[in-house]
Design a protein around this ligand. Sequence first.
Ligand code: GLN
Length: 536
Amino acid sequence: MSSNTKYIFVTGGVTSSLGKGIISASLAKLLQARGYTVTIQKLDPYINVDPGTLNPYEHGECYVTDDGAETDLDLGHYERFLNVPTSQANNVTTGRIYQSVIEKERKGEFLGKTVQVIPHITDEIKNRIKLLGKTGQYQFVITEIGGTVGDIESLPYIEAVRQLKWEMGNDCTVIHLTLLPYLSTSGELKTKPTQHSVKLLLEYGVQPDVLVCRAEHAINNDIRRKIALFCNVDVNAVIEALDASTIYEVPVLMEEEELDVVVLKKLGVSVDGAPQLKTWKEFLYKLHNPTQEVEIGLIGKYVELKDSYKSIAEAFIHAGAINNVKVKLNWIHSESLTDENVKETLKGLKGILVAPGFGNRGIEGKISAIKYARENNIPFFGICLGMQCAVIEFARNVLGLKDAHSREMNPATSNPVIDLLEAQKNISHMGGTMRLGAYPCRLEENTLAYKVYGAKEISERHRHRYEFNNEYLTKFKEAGMIISGINPNAGLVEIVELNSKHPFFMGVQFHPEYKSTVEKPHPLFVAFVKAAIDNK
Ligand code: GLN
């Protein structure tokens, strides 16, 4: 293969939510499984500089990379599929594009010229696309364009794709993802919306090379030929994407449709052999053949929108498969839990996870759930806010500090067991000002964490402002809380546990869910699921 990086663009048509992220990740997996280096980038056409300031109801979970970027949840899929970390460069929003163009304008870098969408915004988009290729680390860069073709806000991105396609020729290809709706009255898949969507792309000057068509039913050869003829693509470049039982099935479906082969040929890369998907398929086999089901409660305040906890749900899928069980998540709204109803509501759960979050809503319900788990020896796993709640619960009910709280929820508490660090106190901007990204953590020997990780030093990703207040450290330790993980540089408490009488009780200040992948299920999730299985 030539030394040039090859660029693959994935656009979407007809409707949103067709799964561009999963198609991109699946193609990337197939290329990786053929021995190529590949990364995936998401371009988001909204004005927020990053999704960090967005409420999870808007776009689901905010995913965090090692280098501390707050990104779209699709980056989570990229990492889970590829088992390769992403970075700030893998997610770019319109807000960020404009921010850097405006910063350059203020510095006088445009030398008196009028700054315009074309060429300045489109040039900045092109630079961001090529940035990943320029690192020299990747043979393929797949760029997923957020939104749907025809949206006003995604126009500059489509224009950037048109220009790159013109400039790069053979090194660049465009995949368009569309929907073939099924009309049950006539029993037909309809191609017109796809034809219109491709026409729209053509109006913008972009001829897609490959069409991936989402459909509820198989696409027969007549339909493939019809789409090919009306959309100027090869018949074998009309790819069927049937609804799958799990997202992890999609790379295999795409392999059967030869999406990788078609794309490689379009890019002038010779194709030999087949993708090596042995480990992937072993995982799928385990996923589809569990020996039992184990029910775990996920206590959070955004449970109506499951995308809010995407990485946690996926980490449970990975951890379940490796344990040969199916983890059934029971999503429980923390606002509905009280000390009075907690026993009844959580009855029968084999494990309880208290989710991350911000703000006061539902906090007391989370604390009730933790008290119940602690007192009844139910495996408990608290993540970020979940860990902070475990600290508050312990302070209130074991140390007897009745008004103990996090300063985030009650600024006037006389026992701020969770508090802001001095350095955080004067921050007024919301965007990008939390403790973000990977930090090292040193584990104490002879603790559950040490046993589970099997290492003395680990690295995990953070996204929070508040911390365990070390003024209370001695009191907690004396009362039996085990501090098993500490940030070696700042002395911050990162992991808390209970004594060995409890089968599994762990709160972590970081987000282990971001690092769980198909190939490397996260050890804490694996151990927690194991504890839930053992909880008779
Ligand atoms: N709200 C808490 C903090 O800012 C926890 C954040 C989280 O759970 N991600 O520290």
